[in-house]
Design a protein around this ligand. Structure first.
Ligand code: GDP
Length: 195
């Protein structure tokens, strides 16, 4: 994918603010601090377009990034975010559940996990939830540069055994540091948009 244009279209607090041109959307989800912003920035060839989920007040918004005027990346605020209040977390749940369950434009979700560790309870819950609603998923295991090449197969096996991904859900090794997995990630995303 050649990214000629990428820009924040809107930080949406609700459905009425979503784009309405019917272009395909790929959502990106992951625990706070997992490396989601870095993943988005790397794919788009930008330094700071997506910003880290640690920014206060931004945890409740869905960020729509317009790419090449052809499709959108939708940055879903990090789940398992410790520092938000109960009511804020409830609002997060409603916004995201509503988006993921009902959005016709949604072609798939890139679920970003940390390849260094086994998927957490939150990761498993998110994956199972997405599958419950039959949403296509790409699992991007990021921070690959932190795991020596010889140990990577073992880590991937652990991911497979913990998440038990469905056959059509691809598992991709990625590094925002080295750019490893970029081609695979784009190919997987493009396949989801063609379905
Ligand atoms: P987010 O909260 O999920 O958006 O996470 P960020 O993208 O802000 O990343 C969290 C931290 O992990 C930052 O310090 C990043 O520099 C680091 N990080 C993210 N991706 C990678 C990666 O692929 N490799 C390495 N070594 N560090 C990464």
């Amino acid at each position: 994918m050649k990214v000629k244009k990428s820009e924040l279209y809107i930080s949406a607090a609700g459905q009425d603010q979503y784009p309405d041109e019917g272009k395909p959307e790929i959502a990106l989800a992951g625990r706070s601090n997992v490396g989601k912003s870095s993943f988005i920035n790397k794919l788009l060839g930008r330094k700071n377009l997506a910003y880290t989920s640690g920014k206060p007040g931004k945890t409740r918004l869905l960020n729509f990034f317009n790419i090449n005027d052809a499709f959108y990346f939708v940055d879903v605020p990090g789940y398992g975010y410790a520092k938000v209040s109960k009511s804020e977390r409830a609002a997060w749940g409603r916004l995201i559940e509503n988006y993921l369950q009902n959005r016709e434009e949604l072609c798939g979700v890139v679920l970003i996990i940390d390849v260094r560790h086994a998927p957490t309870k939150d990761d498993i819950a998110m994956y199972d939830w997405l599958k419950h609603f039959e949403i296509p998923v790409i699992i991007a295991a990021t921070k690959a540069d932190k795991v020596p090449k010889t140990k990577r197969p073992r880590h991937l096996k652990q991911v497979r055994e913990t998440l038990e991904p469905e056959e059509e859900d691809e598992l991709i090794l990625f590094s925002s540091e080295t750019g490893e997995g970029m081609t695979e990630a784009w190919q997987a995303i493009e396949r989801k948009m063609r379905r």
